[in-house]
Design a protein around this ligand. Structure first.
Ligand code: B12
Ligand code: SF4
Length: 501
């Protein structure tokens, strides 16, 4: 069967800092290729929308799958589905991915016949049964399927994430993937799932709090096959288990693989497994993203982060000692006044790290989607990108964005200053010499992309597709009700009791 897979465009604001390969889509492609299907893929982050039409006309796929990890991409994906159906009425169009999994039937209704099915949950286990069912019938028994006729069996978790390998070779324009000065940059997954349960996050609800690890051999073999010199490790929390991080490091040392890495982790994990991070720093770990989220105990408690402010501060010190550059994430609560923005600006200027701000956003799949008592001020999918306020702001909205952008600009100026005097300037020159311009463009586009008037205007665009209304549940509701994957694989307990709180 001919299968075409598409990842939608980059989101409005994040694309200046990064653009990364769609690993989930590549893994679904890998599973379909392993099943003997003919597969083509397009990533609209790095390709033109007109390429979809061109590819549909030339390849004439029997099935078209779109990746929807991000809510903000849903309107675009529906438009692509409608266009594909108009061009190829016999083509089976389906959606899959993180965010759409939580609101599958709602999106199917909105697509009004242009989308035949949504596959909830992990795509690798469902793609071959789906393609077989498109040919021979039996859609209702595909794991995770939702169609206009109703919901099929629950989604199935992969037993081992070692296979299938992502079909990286299908992606065109790979040189356009980058994160900061790691340009160009590939992505890899060492583990899947997160055992913590932060109230604003859907990583744990998607995987039913399960946690799986790739074998060290498979992880190293995959890294060895990656051509790019830089790699983003997509794990929700890297190196939770010290022995796992060590085992992969040992394989890389044995194979003499040296690249530069970027990863995301938690302060308590960094403090507990400092030796592992030190070993990875020697292997090329240059950058790390720490989700600190709040500067005070109340905020940390509210987000159920299960980390103290002391641990956060110690983690920054530990990373500095290891020579790893840290980007800190802080969540901006729409309830903030000017004083709270000032506190964050002062903090950002007082530390050498880069501070990244995201706006608290209840979205489907998170606990706060059900428990947040403030009413939504908008249900426009495009504003659910954690750069916009979707619940009432204490400051008038225009002033809220002015404060937000001012704070980001202060941080960015600091960042540019740092770039001018540190190794980043050398990296910039090196990248430009090699024709890699993604990083340079990012540094100079900030003022054009981030401006309060633009952010405010985003709220006044005509809205065609809206999120469903949140269904309130009591905060004491059973956890399992939030889970998308309900049956962890047999070995999910490998993670052990890693909860920090
Ligand atoms: C790595 C990552 C990124 C990377 C790369 C993203 C990319 N290009 O795909 C970067 C750093 C760029 C990123 C950025 C952002 N991210 Co992000 N990201 C993740 C993370 C941690 C892992 C995703 C991943 O690669 N997993 C590994 C792969 C193998 O899994 P997967 O992509 O989920 O794919 C599987 C299934 O979803 C499914 N699937 C996927 N596509 C398809 C397609 C079809 C047809 C089918 C059938 C199945 C299918 O099958 C795959 C294999 O099992 C997730 C959290 C999580 N655990 O999912 C957040 C997450 C997806 N990100 C999130 C957010 C908010 C963002 C940002 C908006 C943050 C910001 N403002 O800076 C940006 C926006 C990025 C953009 N598109 O422009 C939210 C999503 C929020 C939402 N509901 O919309 C998540 C869920 C984290 C969270 N806090 O809850 N992100
Ligand atoms: S530790 Fe990170 S990935 Fe895990 S639930 Fe909290 S925010 Fe999400």
């Amino acid at each position: 069967m001919r299968l075409m897979l598409v990842h939608p465009s980059a989101l409005m604001y994040s694309e200046i800092f990064l653009r990364l390969e769609p690993l989930g889509l590549e893994r679904v492609a890998g599973a379909a290729l392993a099943g003997g299907h003919e597969v083509r893929a397009l990533d609209l982050q790095v390709s033109d929308r007109r390429d979809v039409d061109r590819e549909l006309a030339q390849f004439r796929p029997d099935a078209l799958g779109l990746s929807l990890n991000y809510l903000a991409n849903i309107p675009e994906a529906i438009e692509i589905a409608q266009r594909a159906k108009a061009m190829l009425p016999g083509c089976f169009v389906f959606f899959g991915g993180h965010s759409v999994s939580f609101i599958a039937s709602h999106v199917l209704e909105q697509a009004d016949g242009a989308v035949d099915a949504v596959l909830r949950g992990e795509g690798e286990t469902a793609i071959l049964p789906l393609l077989a069912a498109i040919a021979d019938g039996g859609l209702e028994s595909v794991p995770g399927i939702v169609t206009a006729d109703g919901q099929g069996p629950g989604p199935r978790l992969l037993d081992s994430i070692d296979e299938p390998r992502p079909a990286r070779h299908l992606m065109r324009n790979r040189r356009r993937y980058f994160i900061g000065e790691l340009d160009p940059c590939a992505s890899i997954e060492f583990t899947r799932g997160c055992p913590w349960d932060c109230s604003f996050c859907s990583a744990w609800t998607f995987y039913g709090r399960s946690y799986r690890k790739a074998s060290a051999e498979a992880a190293a073999a995959e890294l060895a096959s990656i051509a790019e010199p830089n790699v983003f490790i997509v794990d929700d929390v890297a190196f939770i288990r010290a022995e796992h991080g060590d085992a992969i490091a040992a394989e890389l040392e044995r194979r003499r693989i040296r690249k530069r890495y970027y990863l995301e982790t938690r302060s308590d994990v960094l403090l507990r497994n400092t030796e592992v991070f030190a070993r990875w720093a020697r292997l090329g770990l240059n950058y790390m993203f720490l989700g600190m989220e709040a500067l005070d105990a109340d905020g940390l408690e509210l987000y159920r982060k299960r980390v103290s402010q002391d641990e956060n501060i110690h983690a920054l010190e530990a990373a500095r000692k290891l020579g790893i550059m840290v980007a800190i994430n802080l969540i901006v609560d729409p309830a903030w006044d000017t004083g709270q923005f000032r506190v964050v600006r002062d903090f950002a200027l007082s530390v050498p790290e880069i501070v990244h701000l995201t706006v608290l956003t209840p979205y489907p799949g998170t606990e706060i989607w059900h428990t947040e008592s403030r009413r939504l001020t908008t249900r426009d999918y495009r504003l659910f990108d954690i750069q916009h306020a979707v619940v009432p702001t204490t400051l008038p909205l225009a002033q809220f964005y002015t404060e937000l952008v001012r704070t980001q600009a202060v941080i960015n100026r600091k960042h540019l200053g740092v770039a001018a005097v540190t190794g980043a300037a050398r990296a910039l020159a090196r990248n430009l010499a090699r024709g890699q311009t993604n990083f340079a463009r990012m540094l100079w586009r900030f003022n054009r992309v981030y401006n309060p008037a633009r952010q405010l205007a985003d709220h006044h665009r005509p809205v065609r597709y809206e999120l469903p209304m949140p269904v309130p549940v009591s905060s004491g509701a059973r956890r399992q009700e939030l889970y998308l994957h309900n049956r962890p694989p047999a070995h999910a307990h490998q993670a052990g009791n890693v909860h920090s709180g």
